[in-house]
Every structure is written in C-alpha cells, then in structure tokens.
Design a protein around this ligand. Structure first.
Ligand SMILES: Nc1ncnc2c1ncn2[C@@H]1O[C@H](COP(=O)(O)OP(=O)(O)O)[C@@H](O)[C@H]1O
Ligand SMILES: O=C(O)C1=C[C@@H](OP(=O)(O)O)[C@@H](O)[C@H](O)C1
Ligand SMILES: [Mg+2]
Length: 172
C-alpha cells in the first residue's frame, strides 16, 4: 500500500459500525493522533449534534459537517467522522487526498441491533426514511469512497476487528 506511513487513516461506515471506538484504539496502538470530528463539530458549534440536527435540519447539519471535515489538517492521525460524512463531497475528496479511507462494513442486522431507535441517536434521517432505507442509500457511497473495506460480520468480535485493522496497516 502506498504512502500509508505518512498518511492518515479515515474510518467511514454506518453509525454504530465502530468508527469512534475502534478508531481510538487503533490510533493508540499505532502511536497516531485520534480525531473524532463529531467532537470538533460540537466544539465549534457549542451545541450537541442532536441539537444541531434539530435546530438546523439535516441540510444545515450536513453543511456544518462538510465544513468541519473539509478543514481537518492532520498527519499520522486516525480520523473518525460521523456516518453522514459520505454525503459531504468536499470533505470526502479532502479525506481521499490526506489519507487511506477504511470502510467499516457491517450488515444491516448488525447495525439495527446496535443502534436501536435511530431517531433517539441523532442520525441524519429523512422524513419517513427508515434505517433500512438509509442503509441502502449509503452503502454505494461507502463503497465508492473506500480504499479498504473491513467486513465486520466476517471478523466477529470488536477486539478481533481492531487486530485485523492493525495487521492491515502494520504489514503495509
Ligand atoms: N465489531 C464490533 N462488535 C461488537 N460491537 C461493536 C463492534 N464495533 C463497535 N461495536 C460497538 O458499537 C457501538 C457503537 O460504536 P461507535 O464507535 O460509537 O460507532 P460509530 O462511531 O461508527 O458510530 C459501541 O458500543 C461499540 O462497542
Ligand atoms: O450517520 C449519521 O447520520 C450520524 C452519525 C453520528 O456519528 P457516528 O457515525 O459516529 O455515530 C453523528 O455524526 C450524527 O449524529 C449523524
Ligand atoms: Mg462516531
């Protein structure tokens, strides 16, 4: 794999796919910085994500999400954006430039079980849109931007997934 050692690792995937929890452990084990861009959004806006979504609507939130992710400057960082970042074209083009994009792919059943009620979690859902519809809408976007895909259901436990990701990057 090219240039992995000076680049960043960016996780994409559905909410609850493990971008934030796996990301922080992978960063620690590689000696990289960890950036959860959802926290940068909250810091900039001085509001919680769910408040931004409620007050600005989905389009308003995505505009902020695009701006914050597009402006991330990092080297040797693991970056965990929110799941909806794949709708943000400028942000995704930026990530493709500054790093290797890793898609944490999990089946719909796995995501549904982990999320429970998506309306409670502050997911960017359209009116009348179900989690299944959202999953089907986003899957081709995740696939389009992914440099590497990690199939969580084939790997199993979270610890095994982290070991698997580390092997991919340590062998690169
Ligand atoms: N491979 C996995 N197996 C089981 N649980 C997982 C796995 N990956 C993540 N989880 C769990 O899913 C939940 C959501 O993870 P989180 O890191 O917040 O996802 P994201 O940032 O992608 O929304 C956490 O409770 C985490 O422990
Ligand atoms: O996928 C989404 O619509 C969202 C996912 C969240 O992040 P995680 O993917 O880290 O849960 C957060 O950015 C926001 O609530 C919207
Ligand atoms: Mg997260």
């Amino acid at each position: 794999m090219q240039n992995v050692h000076r680049k960043n690792i960016i996780f994409i995937g559905m909410p609850a796919s493990g971008k934030s929890t796996a990301g922080v452990v992978v960063a620690k084990r590689l000696g990289y910085q960890f950036i959860d861009t959802d926290l940068l959004i909250q810091e900039q806006e001085k509001r919680l994500l769910k408040e931004i979504i409620a007050q600005e609507g989905n389009e308003g939130f995505l505009k902020i999400e695009n701006q914050v992710n597009r402006d991330v400057q990092a080297e040797h960082a693991v970056i965990a954006p929110g799941g909806s970042v794949v709708y943000c074209e400028e942000a995704m083009n930026h990530f493709k430039k500054i790093g290797v994009v890793v898609y944490l792919k999990a089946s719909f059943e796995t995501i549904r079980t982990r999320i429970g009620n998506p309306r409670k979690r502050g997911v960017v859902l359209g009116e009348g849109q179900t989690l299944q519809m959202l999953y089907d809408e986003r899957t081709p976007l995740f696939e389009r931007y992914a440099d590497i895909t990690i199939d969580e259901d084939a790997i199993g436990k979270e610890d095994d997934m982290i070991d698997y990701i580390l092997r991919v990057f340590q062998d690169a």
